[in-house]
Design a binder for this molecule. Structure first.
Ligand code: ASP
Ligand code: MG
Length: 406
């Protein structure tokens, strides 16, 4: 039995917490499992390192940022290996490259391309608990990369897939996946199971419990993925392939306030402009959502779309770098908007779901700026000030109507 466990930054924030995690690791080891443990940087380390990098050089090279940010995880893994050794358990820490994690050269948002499991397997066969630095890898040029914020989840799932582990357990400061953020929506319920696709939607909609990419990877390689509480013995939530039943249930209501609207205005209304904008975003590796256009009488139009707020500057730059290919008058951006989404297996097949959601917003006098739907979600853009309230009342309605099940 091979298990990959991952502990997030808040779970290893100080030495006392690390000691507790060490006991948890030992318990799993004692059950007879082979064990790979992925750690994040302690607490707010990555935030702090980013802050320092910004102070030193806000325009700084991404390669150098990766060099700096990757030290956070290295710190955690060495400490954990030292603790486990003191407790009498053979343990070895490995950086991303020592663990064979080869990535693309997209510094700060690198993609895992391959994992050479040779070293990992060797250490496991010696009986070691292998502690791997999350969030990092190495390019074919030998440069250290990071995978993007929250990337340790992806490290864990990728290792589980490459090693064909029996389970990948993500330990965090919540006891599972909830139907809404319990800090904002007190009557949110913990889900015992959720499908990969719905979890991907929840993650991309701003539920912070798991990084979206990690769920996509788990789906691709069919890795059974658990979210569990780091310090409590609770069942957690299992993320797995959804059943094909057609029942309608809601798995979550999410408010995402970390989004920005980019508007490119005065674009010549002719074939190719959509392509050029999307192409620029694709080249810059920026995911976009809620694309809409407004046409003007004079042969021009404005195209607006939503990006994650921390990609706002990159998105504007990607467009202005392409100004020679695209004629427009200006690019503007704002962060006044939030996205509230209902994630549900039956969303597209069941107009009752958007209808109920819109009714709740109407009753509360909240104006909808834009709507987008997919097979498994309905999202609206509304004023950011109303986002949390809207999520709460929508959740309550669906809970009261029996759509949300534990
Ligand atoms: N330490 C990195 C971050 O804070 C990676 C992770 O925690 O998953 O984003
Ligand atoms: Mg995380």
């Amino acid at each position: 039995m091979l298990i990959v466990q991952k502990y997030g930054g808040s779970s290893v924030a100080n030495l006392e917490l690390m000691e507790n995690i060490a006991k948890r690791i030992i318990k799993t080891k004692e059950s007879g499992a082979s064990l790979v443990v992925v750690l994040s940087a302690q607490g707010k380390t990555t935030d702090n390192l980013t802050e320092i990098a910004n102070q030193v050089n806000p325009e700084g090279d991404k390669r150098e940022r990766d060099m700096l940010l990757s030290t956070g995880e290295q710190h955690s893994i060495a400490l954990m290996a030292l603790i486990l050794q003191r407790l009498g358990y053979p343990a070895i820490s490995l950086t991303g490259w020592q663990a064979g994690i080869a990535t693309s050269a997209d510094h700060q948002s690198a993609r895992i391309q391959d994992i050479d499991t040779g070293r990992l397997e060797k250490e496991l066969s010696k009986g070691n608990i292998v502690i791997v630095a999350g969030f990092q890898g190495i390019t074919c040029y030998g440069d250290i990369t990071t995978l993007g914020r929250g990337g340790s989840d992806t490290t864990a799932v990728a290792l589980a897939a490459a090693l064909k582990a029996d389970a990948c357990q993500i330990y965090t400061d919540v006891d599972g996946v909830y139907s809404a953020d319990p800090r904002i929506v007190p009557d949110a319920v913990k889900l015992s199971e959720i499908s990969y696709s719905e979890m991907m939607e929840l993650a991309s909609m701003g539920a912070k419990v798991l990084e979206k990419r990690s769920v996509g990877l788990a789906k691709k390689y069919q890795v059974p993925l658990w979210v569990k509480h780091s310090h409590k013995e609770l069942a957690g939530t299992l993320i797995k392939e959804g059943d094909e039943m057609e029942g309608i249930s809601i798995s979550g209501v999410v408010a995402n306030t970390n989004i920005a609207r980019i508007s490119v205005s005065g674009i010549q209304d002719m074939p190719g402009v959509w392509f050029k904008i999307f192409n620029a975003m694709n080249d810059a590796n920026i995911a976009i959502d809620f694309v809409y256009q407004t046409k003007h009488g004079n042969g021009t139009k404005d195209i607006s779309f939503i990006v994650e707020s921390d990609r706002m500057a990159d998105a504007k730059k990607a467009i202005s770098d392409n100004a020679h290919k695209l004629s427009y008058t200006q690019i503007t951006s704002d962060t006044d908007t939030a996205k509230v989404s209902v994630v549900s297996k039956g969303a597209s097949a069941n107009p009752g779901i958007p209808s109920l959601m819109f009714e709740v917003l109407f009753d509360a006098g909240i104006n909808i700026d834009s709507v987008s739907t997919s097979e498994i979600r309905v999202s609206v853009l509304i004023n950011k000030d109303h986002a949390n309230h809207a999520a709460g009342i929508i959740h309550k309605k669906f809970l009261d109507e029996g759509y949300i099940k534990e």
